[in-house]
Design a protein around this ligand. Structure first.
Ligand SMILES: Cc1cc2nc3c(=O)[nH]c(=O)nc-3n(C[C@H](O)[C@H](O)[C@H](O)COP(=O)(O)O)c2cc1C
Ligand SMILES: C=C(O[C@@H]1CC(C(=O)O)=C[C@@H](OP(=O)(O)O)[C@H]1O)C(=O)O
Length: 350
């Protein structure tokens, strides 16, 4: 299954075309709406106040509730646009955002309103595409579950526990603030509110666990399972890092601790630890595939910053007004799951 996302944040609509959806797949709109609701903006004081229904209108590829197998196009109409907020960004580049790089790449023809095609808003069609991918994966017994691992340096329960027993992630998706330990979650929320009051922003880490993939899937080299997942993760705006299993902490471990010992139990090959995140040599080993991504602090902040006028190249000051997420992490949890589901469909040739 392949996908292409289109649209701009303040254009009439954003959407996605999915190619290669299995004919006959039941397109469960209740499930899809639930997934869209997990991401949609304007739900609380921890997120952007922009109000959008984020309901998906299917234009093609579904007949009598089932996929036809021909290109499936879903669109989401934009309604609560406030383009005047973006007048200064016609010439002033927001530090950390894509105003300057996009201006150069598209020779000044890019739609800058609401960050255009660079907006986090384009993750709404990604969540729709991911929901279809999850429906495909469900038929193969594969589940994708993510959680907030850390926000502003405040950590949820350690990753070791989710790596070894992914079932503790069940139910997290249903929470408005998807964390395992709600007490730690409250501290994270406080940190987000504090940053927001100070006209600043915070970032964090999302962990994702994919269960049910048999051993032996994937290809070594550029098409490794790590590569395909990374490719899909870096398509999510604000993702700036990824690690598999124990990831960067492996740098400080010895082989005797980092290696995952094999054992055969109850008719299954498994490992007693999962430091390699279920992947050896770019191929799945049958353990849950575990990875984490870094989400940077939102670049659009109200504090005064130094920048440049893109037309005159003169130094300038900028203090961004308008509606922005003081933290992206909690809203990006379903987005990371969606991108992972699409990646695993690719790995499995679904
Ligand atoms: C769900 C979601 C919401 C986002 N909301 C905002 C926002 O309100 N303001 C902002 O400046 N960036 C936001 N972003 C991030 C920008 O879209 C992103 O930083 C920008 O496109 C530049 O890309 P890069 O950070 O990957 O380099 C959001 C991203 C996601 C995934
Ligand atoms: C609308 C969404 O988030 C938007 C992401 C975003 C950005 O620069 O990424 C900037 C803001 O756009 P606007 O100024 O139009 O309100 C956010 O509200 C969304 O995620 O659905």
């Amino acid at each position: 299954m392949k996908h292409m996302i289109f649209g701009e944040s303040h254009g009439p609509a954003i959407g996605v075309v999915l190619e290669g959806v299995k004919p006959g797949l039941v397109i469960d709109m209740d499930f899809i709406t639930g997934e869209m609701d997990r991401r949609k903006p304007g739900q609380n004081d921890l997120s952007t106040p922009r109000k959008e229904a984020d309901s998906v209108k299917i234009l093609s590829g579904v007949f009598e509730g089932k996929a036809t197998g021909t290109p499936l196009c879903g669109i989401i109409e934009n309604s609560d646009t406030r383009s005047r907020d973006y007048e200064p960004m016609k010439v002033l580049a927001r530090p950390g955002h894509a105003d300057y790089s996009g201006y150069i790449r598209y020779q000044g023809y890019n739609d800058h309103r609401g960050s255009g095609h660079f907006s986090g808003r384009i993750t709404a069609p990604l969540v729709f595409a991911g929901a279809v991918a999850k429906l495909v994966l469900k038929e193969s017994g594969v589940t994708v579950m993510a959680r907030i691992r850390e926000i502003a340096g405040i950590e949820d329960i350690p990753s070791r526990l989710t790596e070894e027993d992914p079932s503790i992630l069940e139910g997290v998706a249903g929470k408005g603030f998807p964390v395992i330990d709600d007490t730690r979650g409250e501290l994270m929320k406080e940190a987000i509110r504090k940053a927001k009051d100070e006209h600043d922003s915070v970032g964090g880490i999302i962990e994702c666990v994919i269960s049910g993939i048999p051993a032996g899937k994937g290809t070594p080299g550029r098409d490794s399972v790590e590569s395909v997942l990374s490719l899909n993760m870096f398509a999510v705006p604000a993702v700036k890092g990824i690690e598999f299993g124990t990831g960067f902490d492996l740098a400080r471990m010895r082989g005797s601790k980092a290696n995952d010992p094999f054992q055969y139990r109850d008719g299954m090959v498994m490992t007693t630890t999962n430091n390699n995140g279920g992947i050896n040599g770019g191929i799945t080993n049958g353990m849950p595939v575990v990875f984490s991504v870094v989400i940077k602090p939102t670049s659009s902040i109200g504090l005064p910053q130094k920048t440049m006028n893109m037309r005159t190249l003169e130094d300038s000051d900028i203090a961004i007004e308008g509606r922005h997420d003081p933290c992206i992490v909690h809203r990006a949890v379903p987005v990371i799951e969606a991108a992972a589901a699409l990646a695993i469909c690719e790995v499995l040739g679904l």
